[in-house]
Design a protein around this ligand. Structure first.
Ligand SMILES: CC(C)(COP(=O)(O)OP(=O)(O)OC[C@H]1O[C@@H](n2cnc3c(N)ncnc32)[C@H](O)[C@@H]1OP(=O)(O)O)[C@@H](O)C(=O)NCCC(=O)NCCS
Length: 204
């Protein structure tokens, strides 16, 4: 499927382009942001190579890899990746946001947009993610989206310095429901917060 364009309340998931190189380098070149990921901070050249590879993947038919920009106010502030497994009813996801934006609910929305892509658009049966055992933020975001812990994948990755185990989380299509929309200002005024007619905010 090309091009991907999924819009949430705070973020948009869209295809990467060469114009994102500087912003991607700000995210992937940042030590704190990539601390729990499988790679060390990327150089500008590596970011450009990654974008070129993502653009090539986007044109491959059938498409198996969706390496996307998470954009806020038009600018890339993070990445979202969905890659079909060998058995293509299932896909692995990965996501990252620049550390300056953590703690504002963007990670939760980013994950929900990826699940929307996988379940609503691509009609997958299963989506999974693998995180570092030390990555508490990723655990919290995946747990609150209903991605349950499946177990530990031993020696899952070579970080360049050492082997790293991962904790796998997954969610099935029939376990997923999109987050309820936020109430509009009009709905909020004049109705009590406890009103059952007002949907709750995003889960988590
Ligand atoms: C994982 C990540 C996307 C979370 O983004 P975020 O915008 O901070 O997440 P949110 O603000 O939506 O927070 C979601 C939940 O995680 C919790 N959380 C966030 N950081 C946490 C931390 N360091 N420790 C424990 N819980 C944390 C929040 O309290 C919130 O909990 P709630 O749903 O109960 O309110 C972000 O930390 C990130 O990009 N990390 C670097 C890349 C990465 O690790 N990606 C995951 C690879 S598997």
């Amino acid at each position: 499927m090309f091009p991907v364009l999924l819009t949430g309340r705070l973020l948009t998931l869209r295809e990467l382009s060469r114009a994102d190189a500087d912003d991607l380098c700000t995210v992937y070149g940042d030590q704190k942001t990539v601390e729990h990921l499988s790679f060390s901070p990327r150089t500008w050249d590596q970011c450009v190579a990654l974008i070129d590879s993502a653009m090539k993947d986007a044109e491959t038919e059938p498409r198996r890899v969706y390496m996307l920009a998470a954009a806020k106010d038009g600018h890339l502030v993070g990445t979202a990746r969905l890659a079909l497994d060998e058995r293509p009813h299932s896909a692995q996801i990965g996501f990252a946001l620049h550390h300056g934006l953590w703690g504002q609910g963007l990670g939760t929305e980013l994950l929900h947009l990826l699940l929307r892509l996988g379940f609503d658009t691509l009609r997958l049966a299963r989506i999974w993610g693998a995180r570092s055992p030390d990555n508490a933020a990723s655990a919290a975001v995946m747990n609150s989206a209903g991605m349950i812990e499946e177990g530990r994948i031993r020696r899952h990755l070579w970080t360049g310095e050492a082997w790293r185990d991962s904790i796998a989380h997954s969610i099935l299509s029939d376990e997923w429901s999109p987050p309820a929309p936020k109430p509009t200002a009009e709905q909020t005024h004049g109705k009590s917060c406890a009103s059952p007619e007002i949907p709750d905010t995003e889960p988590g």
